[in-house]
Design a protein around this ligand. Structure first.
Ligand SMILES: [Zn+2]
Length: 136
């Protein structure tokens, strides 16, 4: 059993290194297995390290997820509400679109940037209508 706990923790460390928050979940399972091992083999000293580690990993996971969701919601919604006139990263209004609009079917794409924080992103446009100019 202890090898399973070790593998789960190694996997968890690897995933967190790849910025995958699911790595913390792997660690939580690893800790749970360690607790099982400690209780069944009566090596209670293990619990002193493993039980706090269980809480630390759970906390890290929740904190990371909360931050990810806050970032995602904030940036995109605010940008759309302001009609693309505010930086989605720093909220500066010193933003500008540059380069040509690339059209792909009913969608258009144009690069944009913030003069304040120098972040770059891509504005995405959607075909919303058609106006008649000449017909046959
Ligand atoms: Zn900015």
């Amino acid at each position: 059993m202890d090898w399973l706990a070790g593998i789960l923790e190694l996997l968890g460390g690897w995933l967190v290194g790849n910025k995958k928050k699911v790595g913390f979940i792997s660690n939580v399972f690893g800790c749970s297995v360690w607790i099982y091992v400690a209780l069944t083999t009566h090596v209670y000293g293990l619990l002193i390290v493993v039980v706090p580690a269980l809480f630390v990993n759970t906390r890290n996971y929740l904190k990371w997820r909360k931050e990810e969701m806050a970032n995602k919601n904030f940036k995109e919604k605010k940008y759309m509400d302001e009609g693309g006139n505010v930086c989605p990263y720093c909220e500066s209004t010193d933003v500008k679109a540059f380069g040509q609009v690339q059209v792909d079917g009913a969608s258009g794409y144009q690069s944009a940037m913030c003069n304040q924080c120098e972040s770059e992103w891509t504005d995405v446009y959607t075909l919303t209508g058609v106006e008649e100019i000449t017909g046959v």
